[in-house]
Design a protein around this ligand. Structure first.
Ligand SMILES: Nc1ncnc2c1ncn2[C@@H]1O[C@H](COP(=O)(O)OP(=O)(O)O)[C@@H](O)[C@H]1O
Ligand SMILES: [Mg+2]
Length: 430
């Protein structure tokens, strides 16, 4: 159990000029499940290695459990790390693989002292005589490693949680990919670390197993009540298991928020494009205000924005009158207007030519060109729309996002977005 805090942390690898982590500020709560997501090479693994102490930070401070930990060696940080390539010892059984970290580990003097205190309490509870107590404490204070019995009970406890008990006598080569990954998790769990770091632990598994392991890791987090920091480049993985997600790009935190808030309130084009699949459509245009009506001009087409924008958003968007902006609309937010259906207004309704219709079962992906940009819509497959069809679509004003072309920051959120807090989620989980 531990919180983790980054204060102005930067990391430059020796021999390179540019930092790979740039002035990072971050607070991860105790027992939180935080996922780092971002494109390959953006600094995700580096961040984990900084937390583990496997890399020195170049400037700034890292606090673990409130203690400044910059100089604390990895061994003393009480952090376990699981990697994408989980190297198990091929000649050892599952039991021995899990037991290994306990066998090799020597207690620190503090741990020995703590064990003596625990033993003393136990002797008192058992009402042992002073002589017996002395003998017992002497023995405990001489022990520098876990006893065989202690190891045995810890290995079995972990194997039980991970459903590995029937496999304890097997060697890794007789296990499936998912089972091996569970052994790797077990090996990390057996030490009961304060923090779990997982670096793309599922990327070597096939799609079905990944989905299965995803829910297992989520329930593992709930039962262990430990801080989890997890890295992936797969936004679906991040969206499904994280309490909060850190979106990083090029060594910078773009946004740190709940999965729902990242989807509803992306703070810029990068986050809007990275979170949500298939990706949001982005169209370049100019923002205009005409007789109090707000619209975006896209290739001579007027796309109206909601008439009832709240005052706070108005203040932000009004100065953009006449300036370049980017209109964003998610593929699932584009509406299809069925043939021969009248619409109350023809505003924001357009006829498009379907260049490709991809049938996925429950849904259909439609690819088309709109205002000179390749776009896509994601619609329920009950609409029977095929490649080559000409159809009418509506860009419903309340579904539209607007971004500043220059800074890429969001200047108007879709009206359908609803703020979501961490508390909302935990209430639902209870
Ligand atoms: N040991 C190293 N020495 C020099 N550069 C490194 C080292 N490790 C990683 N890098 C560079 O740092 C950047 C971030 O790497 P990394 O944290 O592994 O990215 P990610 O895990 O997000 O894919 C990359 O450009 C990578 O090439
Ligand atoms: Mg990596």
């Amino acid at each position: 159990m531990a919180s983790i805090e980054f204060k102005h942390v930067s990391k430059t690898y020796p021999g390179s000029k540019a930092p790979v982590i740039k002035d990072m500020n971050l607070e991860i709560n105790d027992q939180e499940f935080v996922i780092f997501v971002g494109p390959s090479g953006c600094g995700k693994s580096t961040t984990l290695r900084l937390i583990a102490g496997l890399e020195d930070i170049s400037s700034g401070d890292i606090f673990i459990d409130g203690v400044r930990s910059n100089e604390i060696p990895p061994k003393e940080r009480d952090i376990a790390m699981v990697f994408q390539s989980y190297a198990l010892y091929p000649n050892m059984t599952v039991y021995k693989n899990i037991a290994f970290p306990l066998k090799i580990r020597k207690f620190s003097q503090k741990e020995i002292d703590d064990r003596v205190v625990t033993a003393e309490a136990l002797c008192r509870k058992k009402k042992l005589s002073p002589e017996e107590t002395q003998k017992c404490l002497k023995k405990v204070s001489r022990e520098t490693r876990f006893t065989k019995d202690e190891i045995d009970s810890k290995v079995h406890a972990v194997a039980k949680i991970l459903d590995l008990e029937p496999l304890l006598d097997r060697k890794p080569k007789a296990l499936s990919g998912g089972q091996r990954q569970r052994v790797a998790l077990g090996r990390a769990m057996v030490r009961s670390p304060k923090v779990f770091l997982l670096d793309e632990p599922l990327s070597n598994l096939d799609a079905k197993l990944r989905t299965e392991m995803r829910s297992q890791i989520a329930s593992l987090h709930k039962s262990l009540k430990t801080t989890f920091v997890y890295v992936t480049h797969d936004q679906t993985e991040a969206m499904t298991i994280a309490d909060r997600i850190v979106v990083i790009n090029n060594g910078n935190i773009e946004q740190f928020d709940t999965p729902r808030n990242l989807y509803d309130f992306p703070s810029n084009i990068f986050v809007a494009g990275f979170i949500g699949s298939p990706e949001m459509n982005f169209l370049n245009g100019q923002f205009h205000i005409e007789n109090g009506k707000y619209y975006i001009l896209l290739d001579e087409k007027k796309i109206y924005l909601p008439g009832d924008i709240d005052n706070k958003q108005k203040e932000i968007i009004q100065p953009f009158d006449g300036r370049d902006v980017v209109l964003g609309i998610r593929p699932e937010a584009i509406s299809i207007i069925a043939e021969n259906t009248a619409t109350a207004s023809e505003d924001n309704v357009f006829t498009i030519h379907v260049e490709l219709s991809e049938f996925l079962g429950a849904e259909v992906y439609l690819y088309f060109e709109f205002a000179g940009t390749h776009c896509m819509a994601r619609i329920p497959s009950i609409h029977r729309i095929y490649t080559g069809d000409d159809i009418r679509i509506s860009l419903v004003p309340s579904n539209i996002y607007v971004f500043d072309s220059k800074t890429t920051n969001t200047i108007l959120y879709s009206e359908n977005s609803v703020k979501h807090s961490l508390e909302d989620r935990s209430e639902k989980l209870e």
